[in-house]
Ligand binder design. Structure first.
Ligand SMILES: [Zn+2]
Length: 273
């Protein structure tokens, strides 16, 4: 699943081709109905046709296309969604779900193998603020905020970090990487972490996310950038996917367990509690 660094990379790739473009038409392809949530194609026609894309922002894993009408076109790529830029006359791409044709000869295409991606319109620029916690690389995501959330959580640290109301944009890979960097066991109870641990965890989350952005994201299965290339942070991960490989700090073999149904990697020596 694209997490914060992968979504950020996609946005940075899209910006030069998409900002300033006026939307001329939309085309949907077979199996696209799930994209629309509760709406339909005519709803999106109404809000998108004739609009110019002014900017592209992100909150957690949500992509927010800011339109000239001041409405927002909001996309969540979920498991396997990705974007590419095509010539308007280019043939249909495998797994293409939606093509947004601009008034130039360019189109922006949403591709999705597993069909979980969603699109929506919001007229409220702050609508995600009530739905999600602060974006994990924003100033609002700090130790004080994290402590205020963790103090009420009886669940594990890993489970708390996957909650988008706590750490918007953090997913399975970066939760494990940050716990390792902060020497925190992913199974530790969130409410029992002290302030020093929370401060270190918060710094570690931002650090692993920023490092991954600079490496254009992590490709474990399907993630591709706008040009169809893999990221290369998977060659730099410390624990994720490194079962039985030596810990970079202590040489102990990395363990794998399941936490809230998700594969979780950690060093049993460095991450005792
Ligand atoms: Zn270790």
């Amino acid at each position: 699943m694209p997490e914060l660094p992968e979504v950020e990379t996609i946005i940075r790739d899209l910006k030069p081709s998409v900002i300033g473009q006026e939307i001329k038409s939309l085309k949907i392809f077979d199996g696209s109905n799930r994209l629309f949530l509760k709406n339909n194609l005519s709803f999106f026609h109404k809000y998108l046709i004739g609009q110019t894309i002014r900017d592209i922002n992100r909150h957690g894993k949500y992509i927010i296309f800011c339109l000239s009408s001041l409405s927002n076109f909001v996309v969540h790529l979920r498991m396997t969604g990705s974007f590419t830029i095509l010539h308007t006359n280019a043939p249909v791409v495998p797994y293409e779900k939606l093509r947004i044709n601009f008034c130039t000869n360019l189109s922006m295409s949403l591709i999705d193998i597993r069909k979980f991606a969603t699109i929506d319109i919001s007229n409220d620029a702050n609508f995600l603020v009530s739905k999600l916690g602060p974006d994990a690389i924003s100033r609002g995501f700090n130790a004080k905020f994290l402590q205020s959330k963790f103090i009420k959580r009886n669940s594990s640290v890993k489970s708390a970090l996957l909650d988008q109301k706590i750490a918007a944009g953090v997913g399975n890979i970066y939760a494990d990487e940050a716990c390792w960097a902060a020497n925190i066991n992913p199974l530790s109870r969130a409410s029992l972490l002290n302030l020093d641990q929370i401060e270190l965890l918060c710094k570690s989350i931002k650090l692993v996310l920023r490092e991954s952005i600079s490496n254009r994201g992590t490709t474990i299965n399907n993630y591709k950038d706008v040009l169809g290339n893999s990221g290369y942070h998977q060659t730099r991960v410390a624990v994720y996917g490194r079962l039985d490989k030596p810990c970079f700090k202590c040489k102990t073999k990395i363990s794998k367990i399941k936490v809230v149904g998700r594969a979780t990697y950690f060093c049993p020596k460095c991450q005792k509690n």
